[in-house]
Write a protein that binds this ligand. Structure first.
Ligand SMILES: Cc1ncc(COP(=O)(O)O)c(C=O)c1O
Length: 391
């Protein structure tokens, strides 16, 4: 009686894997976490002195509160320049600052869909969207990424999933958890479908800096799609999830962009949720963080190579090498148990925590893991994992 249907629908207990993890930790066992997307816990942190200097420099600007519903202009200018350097034209007045990409999704869902409308998302997919969709009162439908084609989008299938209630198509590239990066041919096909059906694209680019097979990320904002929402933020890009600073870049048909910005302004103005200190610090955080970003990218690429080498040697795993991001999805070729029992056994026997594929709607038996971890820990964990799988 007390609670809403949404509140009642949230699971009351932890799943079996997390119960096993908590029990292992309580018993003092060492567990190497290959599931967390929090790179700070893997020892990657934006340099403290630079962060301190950027925040101190920003402090006087916050003494007299003068909010801007789109976000402080200096921050939007710096973000616009970041895109200009990558050859993407996104003027400062086409950005909205948010407290992170998860909230950017929520804003997009509220902007584009009403109760019962559908948002078409990739499958497999990071489970975050289900809860956001529930909170936004929209339905998720899915299009397939095909493992047999290096997790490419099946565009024909995607188009067949559009209904009269579809209000937007989500693209995640680099993708979590497959590591797939959509190439130009895929993006042009997607933009063509979006134009033909008059649908916006929501482009999640939170892993844009972490590419292993190409220099520049192909972006929907550079296609002829009618309306594109580009999502990113400091969380993954500069290993600053605690700063809670994301953005939405809106591009495409000028009339649609104008209408979107006006409505987003109202949504954002209702809460004004982004911390002013961080907003004023954005230009310096981006500028001073360049050398760190370069080291961080090398570190992630090194971890990816290490994981690719170790797992490719497993006879019983098939792996599509990740082209970007922090995650990979490997297929277990000779399953003798269900996925969940398998990952729980791996945890209990080897102290290595990975996810079963079904958490992400991956069909058949797969394991999903991040490779962003301390290199030594990662190497020994992967060795144990490989022995467990083949043994
Ligand atoms: C694909 C993807 N999009 C968005 C997010 C959320 O990003 P943020 O920390 O900016 O809310 C995550 C977090 O892991 C993610 O994996």
């Amino acid at each position: 009686m007390f609670f809403s249907p949404i509140a009642n629908s949230f699971p009351q207990a932890l799943n079996r894997l997390y119960q096993a993890r908590d029990a292992a930790l309580q018993n003092g066992k060492q567990v190497v976490d290959l599931i967390s997307g929090n790179v700070n816990q893997a020892g990657i942190q934006y340099p403290e002195a630079l962060l301190r200097a950027a925040l101190l420099q920003a402090l006087p600007e916050t003494r007299c509160y003068q909010p801007d519903s789109f976000g402080q202009p200096a921050a939007r200018q710096a973000i616009s320049s970041y895109y200009a350097e990558a050859g993407v034209t996104l003027p400062p007045d086409q950005f909205l600052l948010t407290p992170g990409s998860s909230i950017s999704y929520f804003y997009c869902f509220r902007l584009l869909a009403e109760s019962g409308d559908e948002i078409l998302c990739p499958s497999p997919s990071y489970p975050l969207f289900e809860t956001i969709a529930q909170l936004g009162n929209v339905r998720l439908t899915s299009y397939l990424l095909k493992e047999s084609r290096n997790w490419e989008i099946d565009l024909d299938y995607l188009e067949s999933q559009l209904t009269t209630r579809t209000r937007a198509i989500v693209l995640i590239s680099p993708h979590n958890p497959t590591g797939a990066v959509a190439g130009w041919t895929q993006l042009r096909g997607l933009a063509e479908i979006a134009s033909r059906h008059g649908l916006p694209l929501i482009a999640d680019e939170v892993f844009s800096e972490f590419l292993f097979a190409m220099e520049q990320l192909p972006r929907p904002a550079q296609t002829a799609a009618p309306l594109v929402f580009t999502l990113n933020g400091l969380s993954k890009m500069l290993a600053l999830p605690g700063m809670k600073l994301g953005w939405l870049g809106v591009s495409g048909d000028p009339a649609l962009v104008k209408k979107s910005m006006r409505a987003l302004e109202m949504i954002s103005d209702t809460f004004l949720p982004v911390n002013e200190l961080v907003q004023f610090a954005v230009p310096e955080i981006l500028r001073a963080g360049r050398p760190f970003l370069s080291d961080y990218r090398s570190r992630v690429a090194g971890c990816r190579d290490l994981a690719a080498r170790s797992l490719s040697q497993c006879r019983k795993l098939a792996l599509v090498l990740p082209s970007g991001g922090f995650y990979l999805t490997a297929r277990w070729l000779d399953p003798d148990r269900d996925e969940e029992s398998w990952v729980i056994d791996l945890l209990n026997r080897c102290g290595v925590l990975v996810h079963p594929g079904y958490f992400y709607d991956v069909p058949e038996t797969h394991l999903v893991m991040t490779f962003v971890q301390e290199p030594q820990l990662l190497e020994s964990a992967l060795q144990r994992l490989a022995e467990f799988v083949d043994g």
